[in-house]
Design a protein around this ligand. Structure first.
Ligand code: 8X3
Length: 258
């Protein structure tokens, strides 16, 4: 039977890898993102596997999110799997010198954006008594690290939202999975360091970091589990990482990888 997955932040990183994985495994996709050209590129790539619909919006824009998701046609509105993958770290600095714009972006995108999207999609899941929501948290949501207070706070909020969704939606037959990855080699660090490619590269040097595909495989595993199973909460590290700021790099423990 046809299954539909909606993925936010699908133009890069974990979102894109998840789109590819699910499309290769029979899902029809609603790809959401801010960059029309990237969405089109991915749509062209994946249309050979199944139906693909694209929606261009920034999850931080409440009105856009509401308008686009509420106007999905009958063919697309019964979403089986929601992957809340949009989110970023903006800047890395002590709380005394943090940039308020960066804080706004992280709280608006990682927390409020996730809520806006979920709010628009949950009602049809409740009505149909089924659905699966995957929230991309981070190990930053498990443990706060220096210079990351607001990013960590935003991911702690995702953790709380996942718990709350599970408490409120289990009775409606909806599964909630919270996934907290450690360092994954994507555009993440480049965004965090505001385009400084050299700095970003260093985060992933001296060891083998996780790849976006590893998280996509995990997501596919969680949604493929038997109907009786909810995989509730997962921390995933590369083999070299043992805590958010502890990575075993070429025989030296690197504290504060960022
Ligand atoms: C990404 C992982 O440890 O850089 O959320 O915050 S970390």
């Amino acid at each position: 039977m046809r299954k539909i997955a909606l993925i936010t932040g699908s133009t890069s990183g974990i979102g894109k890898a998840t789109a590819i994985k699910l499309s290769q495994n029979g899902y029809d996709l609603i790809l959401c993102g801010r960059r029309a050209d990237k969405l089109d590129e991915l749509k062209n790539l994946l249309s050979k596997n199944g139906s693909v619909h694209t929606l261009i919006f920034d999850v931080r824009n409440k009105k856009d999110v509401e308008n686009q998701l509420n106007s999905l046609s009958n063919e697309w509105k019964n979403i089986d799997v929601l992957v809340n993958s949009a989110g970023n770290a903006h800047g890395i600095s002590p709380i005394n010198s943090g940039d308020v714009e960066d804080w706004d972006s992280m709280i608006d995108g990682n927390v409020k954006g996730l809520l806006y999207v979920s709010k628009a999609i949950i009602p049809q899941m409740v009505e149909r008594k089924k659905g699966h929501i995957i929230n991309l948290s981070s190990v930053a949501g498990k443990q706060t690290y220096p210079n990351g207070a607001v990013y960590c706070a935003s991911k702690k909020a995702v953790e709380a939202i996942s718990e709350g969704m599970r408490l409120d939606l289990t009775e409606h037959g909806i599964k909630i999975t919270n996934i907290a990855p450690g360092a994954v080699e994507t555009e993440f660090s480049e965004v965090r360091f505001k385009g400084d490619k050299e700095k970003a590269k260093k985060v992933y040097e001296g060891y083998e970091p996780l790849l976006a595909e590893d998280i996509a495989d995990l997501i596919f595993y969680t949604i493929n589990a038997p109907e009786r199973v909810t995989i509730a909460d997962i921390v995933i590290y590369s083999k070299s990482q043992s805590a958010p700021t502890t990575i075993y790099k070429n025989k030296a423990i690197a504290q504060h990888k960022v």
